[in-house]
Write a protein that binds this ligand. Structure first.
Ligand SMILES: NC(=O)c1ccc[n+]([C@@H]2O[C@H](COP(=O)([O-])OP(=O)(O)OC[C@H]3O[C@@H](n4cnc5c(N)ncnc54)[C@H](O)[C@@H]3O)[C@@H](O)[C@H]2O)c1
Length: 318
């Protein structure tokens, strides 16, 4: 794989800004582009905050924190046009809006203007690379590099190519993310929503269904997950948790739980959103939030996340 020194971030919204902080913290020069009017100011503000998270996570800043952040920010260059941002990039992380027509157009422009062997990785949450790479020059280097929000903290990156992607670039992207300390997984077949988002939406579907049907409140659902299975999921996933559900291991657990679980699956229903349901679910969520006082939920989540990540690192969890 070619040596990577300069990473281009195309689209600097929620995900792009977080990726920018991640790459800057790893020592790369970062070129950024976003057409929104206040994009540069917003990006610099967000990156500054995220760099503080990363310093705390790494616990490895021997300099004054303010100086360190200021030095790191010097490696961030914002461009007012896409061409200059990508023309000498060694790796491109694309984070534009999740619309296939827009992505196809954007990829045509990116690939006509960047070096021909530069990997272009899409953060897309659910679009297929085969669709995105349709109008590209050298489509063989287009891959999925799908992070979980916020990418500067969460290690998961889902990787897959499209019909025209060369296996060599998929492997290079995998190795690149892994060397940077990410936990990449390689997906073997293109499916809408990839893997982690499908799992997440399976839970959300049932969470919305149960509240819509009046089985329990939104607060009950959140308490149930965060104080029950969610605690275990931060340690092991569904397979290792099933292994531990029975003293004889996975197969015995499946023989024990498989029958009742199949009945629950048969009892679960397709769920389609409507404006009415969104209204109801939103009111339910507001009721829960109003009980929490004036807590800053985002900062609470990100502070707790840092502690969980430190614990996972210390215990070398898979
Ligand atoms: N938000 C999440 O939780 C999440 C998680 C993982 C992946 N993603 C994916 O990341 C991508 C970005 O999502 P987001 O949540 O950051 O959205 P966002 O709306 O916060 O950011 C999108 C950015 O793209 C910019 N943009 C618009 N047109 C552009 C163009 N032609 N070229 C470059 N930039 C352009 C917008 O100005 C905006 O800043 C999407 O593909 C999404 O599916 C989102």
């Amino acid at each position: 794989m070619k040596q990577i020194k300069k990473v281009a971030i195309v689209g600097t919204g929620v995900i792009g800004a977080s990726w920018a902080a991640f790459y800057l913290n790893k020592g790369f020069q970062v070129n950024a582009f976003d057409p929104a009017p206040d994009a540069e100011v917003n990006l610099r503000n967000r990156v500054q905050t995220y760099l503080l998270d990363l310093i705390e996570l790494d616990q490895a800043c021997d300099k004054d924190t303010v100086d360190h952040v200021a030095d790191t920010l010097k490696k961030l260059v914002f461009f007012n046009n896409l061409i200059d941002a990508v023309k000498d990039a060694d790796f491109i992380q694309e984070n534009g809006p999740e619309r296939i027509d827009l992505k196809q157009d954007l990829y045509a422009q990116i690939t006509q203007n960047c070096p021909e062997d530069t990997i272009v990785a899409s953060s897309s949450s659910g679009l297929k690379i085969s669709d995105i790479q349709n109008n590209c020059l050298h489509p063989e280097r287009i891959v999925l590099g799908h992070p979980f929000n916020p990418p500067h903290l969460l290690p998961l990156v889902e990787i897959i190519g499209g019909e025209k992607t060369d296996q060599r670039y998929i492997k290079d992207a995998f190795d690149f993310y892994q060397k940077l300390g990410k936990k990449p997984i390689l997906i073997h077949k293109e499916v809408k929503g990839h893997v982690a988002n499908r799992l997440q939406s399976a839970i959300w579907r049932e969470a919305f269904y149960l509240v819509s049907e009046g089985v329990c409140s939104a607060e009950d659902i959140d308490i149930a997950i965060s104080n029950g299975p969610g605690l275990r999921w931060a340690i092991f996933g569904p397979y290792l948790n099933m292994q531990l559900a029975n003293q004889q291991g996975f197969k015995a657990a499946m023989h024990h739980l498989g029958g009742p679980m199949s009945e629950w699956w048969a009892d679960m229903h397709a769920y389609t959103l409507s404006e009415e349901k969104i209204e109801l679910l939103s009111e339910e969520t507001e009721k829960f939030i109003s009980k929490l006082g004036d807590k800053d939920l985002q900062s609470l989540r990100d502070t707790a996340l840092l502690d969980i990540l430190k614990m996972r690192k210390k215990m070398d969890l898979p």
